[in-house]
Design a protein around this ligand. Structure first.
Ligand SMILES: Cc1ncc(C[n+]2csc(CCOP(=O)(O)OP(=O)(O)O)c2C)c(N)n1
Length: 530
């Protein structure tokens, strides 16, 4: 079989294509975006008519993937870790409905917050929902887990969660392909009530899910992704999860002196874990993210075994695991840490020269700072969040997707004026529209700026769900047409833009200002590809 040099994300995508995927459903988010992009660019996607359009948000993606599974076909749903919060309602309930066609949920975590607002660990979602979960240690394993995972999902009758981290998603290694499989035929559950979660049915199904936990543990004990490797020195036993195993092996190219339990599948394999605990004086847990296994281990042992990891300070409680931090934790000499020469020291990211968000902030901050000193600006997540930095210092909040509009509403309810929201076009359709309806329903005194660059720029320029329809969406939600104002953010229009901002702040009700100019990066790409 051929070997290909693939990113972790690409290995996942290729495995899904090889395993007879019928549809990928996703909303972009680093470090998961490349999975869908790889599927979109793959020639077989068109020839096999595999669904590959971006979704409006992670919840719609999860639900559509469950719908495809309901119809008997194999679906993949991909998101960054915080997307799991958006999709959680469907995700948790999908564990109770179960699946028909194989369904794999990829949650790409970002320990160290390279490109995120938190470093939550998606393995808690696996535990919380009570379904089996994979965590690959390298790109080949990511491929194998997805390739075999669809069948496993169908055998278990459950979605499978695949948790990856940034370093695995965004680094390459040689990956061997397996044979291409056909797509499933349309097929439905034998149980007509499987997907009807009325309380009477949900209670039954939840009980069954609980009863199946021992079966899931057994599959973990027999899984090729969980491996007990003995070592002569029993002073320490190491539990190495996911990429933590890869980092450990960097310190032991000839094999580790301590017994190691490699974890790639959850729930934790009880038998192997007990063997490690019985044989070793102390346990060290290596896991990238939060102390998920370490906490469980402390809970389930309760017999005076010392467990070391992030909770006792052996490893830092925050930030990603690294080969260096793992080497230190096992008492290995560390090379001097690489230091960044001062010449290239951290520079905060900035909006591109020529970006429309720049013109929008230039004008907005001028009007607000000079004429409305009591103002606050609630911003959101996207390129325009960089309005927080110099030279603008324009925003007062950025919390989660959609929160600009609803926080502005809450602050306005509290008596703040002017309460201004700044949100991007993709974020608006992702989670801002429902908040706008709240504003309209109460005629909240808010001024909402939808800074429309006609793309999802922050994550690389994917299609934005509302392009060409933002005014009609706002009007449909109930914003008065005369208070939906479109401007072109260019220097020559600054005076007009200022006047529009003044008028809409003075209006006591919901107004939407749409500065619209295409992202200069997507524009340049289009020109290059012509
Ligand atoms: C729940 C969630 N999903 C995805 C992301 C990743 N992400 C950050 S901003 C953004 C969209 C930005 O697009 P837009 O609002 O149009 O602003 P732009 O970057 O184009 O200025 C995405 C997808 C995230 N931070 N949180």
């Amino acid at each position: 079989m051929s070997k290909q040099l693939l990113l972790g994300d690409e290995a996942i995508a290729q495995a899904a294509l090889d395993a007879g995927l019928s549809g990928v459903y996703a909303y972009p988010g680093t470090p998961s975006t490349e999975i869908t992009e790889y599927i979109q660019a793959s020639p077989v996607t068109a020839t096999r008519n595999i669904h590959n359009h971006w979704c409006t948000n992670e919840k719609t993606a999860m639900e559509a993937a469950l719908g495809m599974s309901f119809a008997g076909k194999r679906s993949l749903v991909c998101m960054k870790h915080v997307g799991m919060n958006v999709a959680a309602d469907c995700f948790i309930n999908a564990a109770i409905t179960g699946v028909k066609g194989g369904m794999i949920v990829v949650a790409a975590d970002d320990p160290s917050m390279h490109s995120s607002q938190n470093e939550q660990d998606s393995r808690f979602y696996g535990d919380f929902s009570l379904i089996p979960m994979y965590e690959p240690s390298n790109q080949q394993e990511a491929y194998d887990m997805v390739y075999d995972g669809f069948r496993f999902s169908e055998e278990m009758g459950e979605p499978i969660l695949l948790r990856i981290v940034t370093r695995l998603a965004h680094s390459r290694s040689g990956v061997e392909h397996k044979a291409e499989q056909p797509q499933n035929d349309l097929a439905f559950s034998d149980d007509p009530r499987q997907f009807i979660l009325l309380p009477g049915n949900a209670r039954k199904r939840y009980k069954v899910l609980l009863q199946r936990q021992e079966e899931f543990i057994k599959t973990s004990e027999e899984s090729p992704y969980n491996r007990y490797v003995d070592g002569p020195n029993k002073k320490l036993g190491i539990v190495a999860c996911g990429i933590g195993y890869n980092y450990l092996m960097e310190s032991y190219p000839e094999g580790c002196e301590y017994p190691v339990l490699k974890i790639g599948q959850y729930p934790l394999p009880k038998k192997q874990l007990m063997k490690l605990v019985d044989e070793c004086e102390e346990i060290l847990v290596l896991e990238d993210g939060q102390p998920f296994v370490e906490k469980q281990l402390k809970g389930y042992l309760g017999r005076g075994v010392k467990v070391k990891g992030r909770l006792d300070g052996t490893l830092s409680t925050d930030g990603e695991l690294t080969p260096d931090s793992v080497a230190r934790a096992v008492g290995k000499e560390n090379k001097a840490e690489f230091t960044v020469p001062s010449l290239v020291e951290m520079r905060p990211p900035a909006l591109c020269d020529g970006c429309g968000h720049r013109d929008m902030y230039t004008v907005l901050t001028q009007v607000l700072k000079e004429e409305y000193p009591t103002h606050k600006v609630f911003s959101d997540i996207g390129c325009y969040t960089l309005g927080a930095n110099a030279p603008f210092h324009a925003i007062n909040s950025c919390v989660d997707m959609g929160a600009s509009i609803t926080m502005a509403k809450g602050a306005s309810d509290a008596g703040l004026h002017p309460a201004v929201a700044v949100i991007g076009d993709s974020t608006f359709t992702h989670s801002g529209m429902t908040g706008l309806l709240d504003c309209v329903n109460e005629n909240a005194n808010v001024t909402i700026v939808i800074s429309d660059n006609e793309t999802t720029a922050m994550t690389g320029g994917q299609d934005s769900a509302g392009t060409g329809r933002l005014e009609s969406i706002c009007q449909g939600i109930g914003v008065a047409p005369e208070h939906i104002r479109v401007v072109v953010p260019l220097k020559k229009n600054y005076e007009e833009m200022k006047q529009v901002i003044r008028e809409e702040i003075e209006y006591k009700g919901v107004s939407v200002i749409i500065p619209r100019r295409e992202c200069i990066q997507t524009l340049a790409r289009k020109k290059r590809n012509k």
